[in-house]
Ligand binder design. Sequence first.
Ligand code: SAM
Length: 220
Amino acid sequence: KLSKRLEAVASFVPTGAIVADIGSDHAYLPCYLIHKGIVNKAIAGEVVKGPFESAVKQVKLEGLEESITVRLADGLEAIKETDGVNTVTIAGMGGPLIVSILEKKPELLQTVTRLILQPNIHAKVIREWALANGWAILDEVILKEDEKIYEILVLQRGDMELSEQEILLGKHLMANKSDVFVEKWTKEIQNWRRVLSSIEQAEETSDIVAKRKELLHLIE
Ligand code: SAM
């Protein structure tokens, strides 16, 4: 059974899409997509030998070698022009790592019309990247599994406007204000308050003053 997190990622893959799952590890997501009949063809990319071998093994175990190609490659280099990939999923990494993968070989996204990204932390940097690179956020989800909170961002090509607040919190997530969303940001505010009080007594260097200002701004 697929995790609730990856199931949510899968729910945004359009029927009949050609998918590349970058950083696929065991290739659970592509295997699920094929089994469910959501897609007929997928690429699983892995840069590390161990997870790459796990992916190959899993695909073989499930008898899906015809539909899933597993490639040992760095980021988007797993995508070949002839694959016709139109949907890319990148899940289970930090936002900055996801962005670095997207920025390293942007030309390999030429045929791609949808990105489904699941940062474990720092979703903000993905929203900033999207804003600066002609992608618009179609939908966002926040969910909790095994006491961890995850966000999923669904991007399509287009322009959007986002306020500073929407870049941090997510426009769709702000609108929904789910219990998990409230929990996440309540905890964040507590953290910021804790850091702020820990530097209350610190010497007033320009760094400390700037940090205090930043924290107060975030809390507000
Ligand atoms: N996507 C799966 C999931 O969400 O459950 C696996 C997540 S796992 C924590 C992250 C995987 O990304 C690791 O297997 C790691 O080797 C892989 N990875 C990290 N950087 C990568 C890169 N530049 N290209 C391809 N894979 C990468």
